[in-house]
Design a protein around this ligand. Structure first.
Ligand SMILES: Cc1ncc(COP(=O)(O)O)c(C=O)c1O
Length: 487
């Protein structure tokens, strides 16, 4: 950022102000510490008070500069701007040197990571549920939403649930997976992929990511299946995650699972709308799960679904999702079950949201393409790869920052961007690095070199919502480029 000193003349300072986007000129002393700031208003008042264009700014009357340490959250910054009636503040490092100037307009227009994107039809379905008094959990919207889910997933049966986590739990339950059984699961994922294994007292085995697509490594999977087959301890299921909307290498993974007779549960929570070899994400495993959480590509505010071609399994899950009532006129129950069903009102939101799915996928992919263009000339920024045969949704665009070429850590980017009103998030922390998973078996991609820790430590998820405007995305690109350039 451009700074001036006490010896700078008003004329030069006006030129700096003219070039500055924030309309704040920052003066520092010889040690680099901020000594004052100057706005157009300060210049005007100084000239009216008798100063000339050749006066030094150090001689002008001024107040203590308002500065904030790096990492200060947005709210205190906005509060200070409102209470002092100013439009920009200076961010300083530990030594008091300026690292950034943040404008009020920037903070007031917050850019979120992946906010819900509603259309107009959603409230029509909610209103209909109210009008017809289908406010009780069950109702006609549920059946219609499930029809829609069958169509987008290419499966014959669908069950709408209260969350994706519930879907994964039911998938394990209907496969009869219980205490002491082993379940392989992708290591680089959100914790929800693994928790249901623990609910059942089963044992997770964490399979590393592969370096290009960041999904479950078929190399690690194949090696582990071979060893476990010899030792007579094959897993009861493999939970394969399609990370950030990009499909895992299902050709290789399905071939391996088939060879050893192990069922696949697809955790397609992040990949609804993606395809692999022209088949929908979620159409490759025995059972597949979607999430409609608020940050997903379509949302019912909270919700999920289980889909499969096996009607018997989905019907079993349906029963378990409604407290597992036996076939009897009275309330009779013979097994542990849950209250996991989606409500009719939320299913109404889902029907409308499903109608937008192709548009939302196209928009997220366009966001990704724009980031690619925006960072093309920066050596050291890499993206999650696109698998041959895969057409991902780019639910989130994630950048991988090469530490040999980019001096700042992703968390430094995250804090700086937050101060600009831009929400970013770290990549998922691998399961084998979670305190909850201490002592669990982890199978690296390469026996001597794991992939997922590096991706976690180097990566940052960028705002990727389908409602992100081009103007706001340019703000993100510009802010990232600026941080990269500050070596
Ligand atoms: C990979 C993955 N699996 C499972 C889930 C769980 O979905 P839900 O939040 O609907 O329970 C999520 C998202 O939240 C997810 O990202």
């Amino acid at each position: 950022m451009e700074t001036v000193t006490a010896n700078t003349t008003i004329r030069e300072a006006m030129r700096v102000l003219d070039r500055s986007q924030t309309k704040l000129c920052v003066a520092t002393d010889t040690s680099g510490k901020v000594i004052r700031t100057l706005t157009d208003g300060d210049v005007r008042r100084a000239l009216l008070g008798g100063a000339t264009l050749d006066s030094h700014i150090g001689n002008l009357p001024g107040k203590e500069p308002i500065t904030f340490p790096e990492g200060t959250p947005r709210e205190p910054l906005l509060q200070a701007m409102r209470s002092h009636s100013i439009n920009a503040v200076v961010i300083v490092d530990k030594a008091g040197a300026p690292v950034d100037v943040i404008a009020r307009t920037t903070l007031e227009n917050l850019i979120l990571l992946s906010p819900p994107h509603m259309g107009t039809a959603e409230v029509v379905f909610i209103q209909q549920a109210f009008d017809e008094n289908w406010v009780a959990p069950a109702g006609p919207h549920l059946a219609r939403f499930e029809e829609g889910l069958k169509a987008v997933s290419g499966r014959q049966h669908a069950l709408a649930l209260s969350s994706g986590s519930a879907g994964l739990h039911l998938a394990l339950r209907v496969l009869g997976i219980g205490a002491g059984e082993r379940v392989y699961v992708s290591d680089l994922t959100f914790i929800a992929s693994l928790q249901p294994i623990l609910y059942e007292g089963a044992i997770p085995v964490l399979i590393d990511a592969e370096p290009e697509g960041w999904n479950m490594s078929p190399v690690a999977l194949g090696r582990k299946l071979e060893i476990d087959a010899v030792q007579g301890q094959l897993p009861s299921a493999i939970i394969v995650v399609h990370l950030y909307g990009q499909s895992a290498d299902m050709d290789s993974i399905v071939a391996l699972a088939d060879r050893y007779g192990v069922p696949i549960i697809e955790d397609a929570a992040e990949s609804l709308g993606a395809t692999y070899r022209n088949r929908p994400s979620g159409a490759h495993g025995l059972l597949s799960v979607f999430s409609f959480n608020g940050n997903k590509i379509i949302t019912t505010s909270g919700g999920g679904a289980l889909v499969s071609d096996r009607g018997d399994l989905v019907e079993k899950a349906r029963n378990l999702s409604q407290q597992g009532r036996d076939t009897a006129e009275h309330y009779q129950h013979s097994q542990i079950a849950y209250n996991y069903r989606m409500s009719n009102i939320l299913a109404g939101i889902g029907i409308a949201q499903l109608g937008h799915l192709p548009d939302r996928v196209a928009r997220r992919r366009a966001v990704f393409a724009r980031y690619q263009d925006g960072f093309r000339d920066i050596p050291g920024i890499r993206f999650q790869g696109d698998l041959a045969g895969g057409h991902g949704t780019r639910w989130l665009t994630v950048i991988d920052l090469d530490p040999d070429r980019i001096a700042r850590h992703p968390y430094q980017f995250m804090r700086r961007l937050r101060a600009h009103g831009i929400e970013t998030r770290p990549a998922w922390k691998p399961m084998h690095m979670q305190p909850l998973c201490h002592g669990m078996e982890f199978v690296p991609h390469d026996p001597v070199m794991a992939v997922s820790p590096g991706l976690f430590l180097r990566s940052l998820c960028l705002p990727s919502g389908s409602s992100l405007s081009v103007v706001d995305q340019d703000r993100v690109i510009e802010a990232v480029r600026q941080i990269v350039s500050e070596e």
